[in-house]
Design a protein. Structure first.
Length: 478
């Protein structure tokens, strides 16, 4: 490895550590650790939220998905961007307004605190769902790191996964949400660089070789079609299935906790602009990489389409620039994984240990326990990544559905359904998580994406049970 590259990497690591140490000194209790007591600008939180939701699944899985679909892959990003618009123009303000009535540190507490005698069971179900699916999600990012480095340099992916896991766990355990948000800003700049530079260079190569239309037609007419050659009902299902990531955002602890960190409604306005601009740049970059990959290499040329991104980096960029773009992938992975480890830690420490089992701790003891637990969660994610042989995109899709289809409906019911009941919440949680587990085993459901179908079925079940089994007591904090 070139000495200048090694210096860049070491400086990057030192910056992460310094930010972690700074916020470690400012963390006096769990509230500081999970939500942060500092006023962080809305634009910073928005960029952090984008970095969190735009991990290796986008840079590896997203580019691979477009490579396999062609122009019709745009519907994936249509759904993601529509979800971003909904998030900043409605959900952020509505969620903050609801949470401000009874401020909570975690999404689980936001849901459970309103349901009286049902609260403990709801809290336990929410925490277990978050722990199980976020560990899978975090593991997918570590798999992505190993896959990228292996594709570019041929290195064994396991040491890479271990190094990344240690770095992420260290600065997240030191500084909590505050360090994660500011490290996200650094990582977002690197990601933006990667998702602008590589597509620009790729498009230059495409146009110098006759343009995209000719290359896409050579790959096959379906690659040029907006609906992938499908008509009527099939095209309708394509749009809905590819847009299904919309619904998961409502149930993502890593997303809602960023809203909890907003100190004022004015921050939502600055966050809206930063979030929408950053999201557009990143989605356009990912879509362009997938499309230009078809033009440059032809369709179906990769056994693993998720290696398209690192292959293009190696083929199109000089050595020093490829290292910087590689850092963009690692940055995306770190920003997401750190948030996920914090979410799992909060679910176990705050919601299960302290709320469900009633373990009382002094503020300092609770903070130390959270930090140690986060390290344990990091180890668990690494071990799961070692045993996983699945595609990053598949792992993320499964985890996204598991949380989005269970926690998403109950968040919306909490905010919007005046007839929602504790029994309905429990039913929706079980239905969403359960349907995710069995969806691909039921043949007649194969046409509908689980992220779309499980969400609405869980929502319907939750609302129906709420009407059949209304609350018989006044909800109170437990």
């Amino acid at each position: 490895m070139d000495s200048s590259v090694l210096i860049i990497i070491l400086v990057y690591i030192v910056m992460l550590a310094v930010i972690g140490v700074y916020f470690n000194k400012r963390n006096r209790n769990n509230k500081d650790f999970y939500v942060t007591r500092d006023r962080i600008p809305g634009w910073a939180i928005a960029i952090s939220e984008r970095a969190t939701t735009s991990s290796s699944w986008m840079m590896l899985g997203g580019t691979g998905a477009v490579y396999g679909m062609g122009v019709s892959g745009v519907w994936l990003f249509f759904g993601l961007y529509l979800s971003l618009i909904i998030y900043w123009f409605w959900f952020a303000r509505a969620f903050k307004k609801e949470n401000d009535k009874d401020p909570q540190l975690t999404l689980t507490s936001f849901i459970a605190s309103r349901w009286g005698s049902h609260a403990k069971l709801i809290r336990l179900l929410c925490a277990l769902i978050i722990a199980a699916f976020y560990i899978i999600y975090a593991a997918s990012n570590l798999v992505g790191a190993g896959k990228t480095v292996n594709s570019l340099f041929g290195y064994d992916p396991i040491p890479t996964m271990l190094i990344v896991a240690v770095l992420i766990t260290s600065y997240a355990a030191l500084g909590g949400l505050g360090s994660i948000i500011y490290n996200d800003l650094i990582q977002a700049v690197i990601m933006c660089f990667a998702l602008i530079v590589l597509p620009v260079i790729a498009w230059i190569h495409v146009f110098s070789n006759g343009g995209p239309a000719e290359a896409l037609m050579a790959a096959g007419p379906d690659y040029m079609a907006l609906f992938g050659g499908m008509t009527t009902g099939s095209a309708f299902l394509l749009v809905f299935n590819e847009s299904s990531y919309i619904w998961g955002n409502f149930g993502m602890d890593t997303v809602t906790r960023k809203i909890m960190a907003l100190k004022s409604y004015d921050d939502i306005k600055s966050g809206r602009v930063a979030g929408l601009v950053t999201g557009f740049l990143w989605y356009a970059g990912v879509f362009s990489i997938g499309l230009t990959g078809i033009c440059l290499y032809g369709a179906g040329q990769f056994d693993d389409p998720e290696t398209l991104f690192p292959t293009m980096v190696e083929d199109l960029l000089p050595g020093w620039l490829s290292i910087l773009v590689l850092c963009g992938v690692i940055a995306a992975i770190m920003s997401t994984c750190a948030d996920q480890l914090l979410a799992v830690t909060g679910a176990i420490s705050v919601d299960i240990v302290q709320k469900v089992f009633g373990v009382q701790m002094k503020e300092r003891t609770a903070l130390i326990f959270s930090k140690l637990l986060l390290i344990g969660v990091g180890v668990a994610s690494f071990l799961f990544a070692l045993s996983s042989g699945d595609l990053v995109m598949n792992m993320v899709s499964f985890a996204w559905s598991g949380m989005g289809s269970s926690l998403g409906p109950v968040v919306l019911m909490t905010m919007l359904d005046k007839k929602a009941s504790g029994s309905g919440m429990i039913a929706a949680l079980i239905a969403g998580a359960g349907l995710t587990l069995i969806w691909d085993k039921i043949s007649f459901l194969e046409l509908i994406d689980v992220k779309f179908g499980a969400f609405f079925l869980a929502l319907f079940i939750g609302m129906a049970v709420s009407r059949l089994m209304p609350n018989r007591e006044k909800a109170e904090e437990i």
